[in-house]
Write a protein that binds this ligand. Structure first.
Ligand code: NAD
Length: 460
C-alpha cells in the first residue's frame, strides 16, 4: 500500500494546483484522476472554448474587413480547423500540467477513487489502495439537465459535446444564458449558425449587474443574435432531425427550431460515489460543506472547487486548492472572500465583474456611489475599432470602499486582475484614480470610472 501526506481526488484546476502547492511545501502528494490531467477546465471547458472564441473574434474582424481596408475573394472560415487548433492548445497545456506535477514530485495515478475511510482510498478498476494523512476532494461538477430534455450527446448536447463538434450546427437552440450559453451563442452565431438563446430569468447573464446585461443585449441585437429572456422551456418535439422547443414567454408561447439543442443551465457537484455519506461528511444539496481552511466536517478530509458549491470558477478552485494545501502544511492561509472573486465571460463584448452589483449593494444597505466610463471615449478602444461597453464601479458612499466593479467591452477580462489586487489592498476609487495608467490602453477606462465615482473623470 502507498502512503502519502496528501491524496487529492481530481486533477482539475483545483486538484492539480493543490497538488503542486502541496509538493512545493514538501508534502508527499498523490493526485488521482479518472480522465485527464487539467480536468474539465483544461480539457473540455475554459481552455478549448477560449481557443474557439479566439477564432470567432478573428472571424468577426474579417467580417469587418472593409472598414479596415481588407477585401477577400472566396473567403472561407473552416470551423474544423478552429476545433483542431483548440485540441492542440489543450494537448500542450495537459503536457504542461503533467510536467509541473513531476517537477514538484507529485505522483499521478489514473483511476476512480472512493474513500473507504478518511485515510484510505480504493481505486477502480485497479483495486489499488492508497493511504494518506489528508485527503482533498476536488471532483468538480457536471452539467444539470432539464426534465424532458436529457442530453443524448448527439442532438441534445452539453458543453462537453459542443466543444468536440467539428462542424457548426446549422441551427441551434441554446438553453441558459449564463457563461456557457452566451459564449457558445457568440461563437456559433459568428460562424453562421442560426442561434436562439433562451433564458428563464428576465435578462442575459442574469447574475451580472443589470446595466451590463442591458448592454450585452444591445450588442447581441446589433450582431443579429436572437435571444428570448423570461422564457421557460416547456418541452421539445423532434421531427426530421429538427427540434421544436416550446417556450413560454411573457408574450405567450412559441416554438423555436434548431438542429441541435445545447443545454447550459448550470452544473451540480460530483459528490456521489466517493463514500462521503458513509464517512459522515456534511453536505448541502449535493455540495460538500467546508470551513475557511477547506476542511469538511470530517477532520483530515478537505474539499475544493465546484464540488464545494461556492463560486464555480476554475480560479476559485485553484485558490481553494492553495488554501487547503497550506492549511495541511500547518500554515495560516488568508480567508477567501467569495463575493470578491473575479468573474469573466468571453463572448464579444466580454463581460467581467467582481464584488456586488449595484442592486446587491443597495439591498445590503450600503449608501452607494457609482462611477461609469464608456469605451467610446477611450482612445485605445477607438483605435481598435471596439467601442461598445463601459466600466462601472460601485463604491460605498461613506467609506469609499470598492463594493463591486462591472465591465463589458474589449478585453475587459484582462482588467480584472487590477481590481482583484485593489480589493486585496482595500484600495478606494481615489487610489485607483491616482494610479497612473498607461496611455493608450483599455485600462484607462477603469481609472476614469474610478475617478467618476467622485465625478472627477477627465475625459467625460
Ligand atoms: P450558469 O449557472 O452560469 O448559467 C445557467 C443559466 O441557465 C442561468 O442564467 C439560469 O437562469 C438559466 N436557466 C436555468 N434553468 C433554465 C431553464 N429551464 N430554461 C432557461 N434557462 C435556464 O451555468 P452554465 O452557463 O451552464 O455554466 C456552468 C458553470 O460553468 C457555471 O458555474 C459557470 O460559471 C462556469 N463557466 C464559466 C465560464 C467563464 O468563467 N467564462 C465559462 C463557462 C462556464
Amino acid at each position: 500500500m502507498d502512503k502519502y501526506n496528501v491524496a487529492i481526488i481530481g486533477a482539475g484546476p483545483g486538484g492539480y494546483v493543490a497538488a503542486i502547492r502541496a509538493g512545493q511545501l514538501g508534502l508527499k502528494t498523490v493526485v488521482i484522476e479518472r480522465e485527464a490531467p487539467g480536468g474539465i477546465c483544461l480539457n473540455w471547458g475554459c481552455i478549448p472554448t477560449k481557443a474557439l472564441l479566439r477564432n470567432a473574434e478573428v472571424l468577426s474582424l474579417f467580417k469587418r474587413g472593409k472598414e479596415f481596408g481588407f477585401t477577400f475573394d472566396n473567403f472561407k472560415a473552416d470551423y474544423a480547423v478552429a476545433q483542431a487548433r483548440s485540441r492542440k492548445v489543450v494537448e500542450r497545456l495537459v503536457k504542461g500540467v503533467e510536467f509541473l506535477l513531476k517537477k514538484n514530485k507529485v505522483d499521478y495515478v489514473q483511476g476512480t477513487a472512493r474513500l473507504a475511510s478518511p485515510k484510505r482510498i480504493e481505486l477502480a478498476p485497479s483495486g489499488q489502495t492508497i493511504e494518506a494523512d489528508n485527503v482533498i476532494i476536488a471532483t468538480g461538477a457536471r452539467p444539470r439537465s432539464i426534465p424532458g430534455l436529457d442530453p443524448d450527446g448527439k442532438n441534445v448536447i452539453t458543453y462537453r459535446e459542443a466543444v468536440a463538434l467539428t462542424e457548426v450546427p446549422e441551427s441551434v437552440v441554446i438553453i441558459g444564458a449564463g457563461a456557457i450559453g452566451v459564449e457558445f451563442a457568440y461563437l456559433w452565431h459568428t460562424y453562421g449558425s442560426k442561434v436562439t438563446l433562451v433564458e428563464a430569468l428576465p435578462r442575459l447573464v442574469p447574475t451580472e449587474d443589470e446595466e451590463i446585461s442591458a448592454e450585452l443585449e444591445r450588442s447581441f441585437k446589433k450582431q443579429g443574435l436572437a435571444f428570448l429572456t423570461g422564457a421557460k422551456v416547456e418541452g421539445v418535439n423532434w421531427a426530421n432531425g429538427v427540434a421544436r422547443v416550446t417556450v413560454a414567454a411573457a408574450d405567450g408561447k412559441r416554438e423555436i427550431e434548431g438542429r441541435k439543442v445545447l443545454v447550459a443551465v448550470g452544473v451540480r457537484p460530483n459528490s456521489e460515489g466517493l463514500g462521503l455519506e458513509t464517512l459522515g461528511v456534511r453536505m448541502e444539496r449535493g455540495a460538500v460543506k467546508v470551513d475557511a481552511r477547506m476542511q469538511t466536517s470530517v477532520p483530515g478530509v478537505y474539499a475544493i472547487g465546484d464540488v464545494t458549491g461556492e463560486v464555480l470558477l476554475a480560479h476559485v478552485a485553484s485558490a481553494q486548492g492553495v488554501v487547503a494545501a497550506e492549511a495541511i502544511a500547518g500554515r495560516q492561509p488568508p480567508r477567501l472572500s467569495y463575493v470578491d472573486m473575479p468573474r469573466a465571460t468571453y463572448c464579444q463584448p466580454q463581460v467581467a465583474s467582481l464584488g456586488l452589483t449595484e442592486a446587491q449593494a443597495r439591498e445590503k444597505g450600503h449608501e452607494v456611489k457609482v462611477g461609469r466610463f464608456p469605451f467610446r471615449a477611450i482612445g485605445k478602444a477607438i483605435a481598435l475599432g471596439d467601442t461598445d461597453g463601459q466600466v462601472k464601479i460601485v463604491a460605498d458612499a461613506k467609506t469609499g470602499e470598492v463594493l463591486g466593479a462591472h465591465m463589458i467591452g474589449p478585453e475587459v477580462t484582462e482588467l480584472l486582475g487590477e481590481l482583484s489586487l485593489a480589493k486585496l489592498l482595500e484600495s478606494t476609487p481615489l487610489e485607483l484614480g491616482w494610479a497612473v495608467h498607461p496611455h493608450p490602453t483599455l485600462s484607462e477606462a477603469l481609472r476614469e470610472a474610478a475617478l467618476d465615482v467622485n465625478k472627477e473623470a477627465i475625459h467625460t
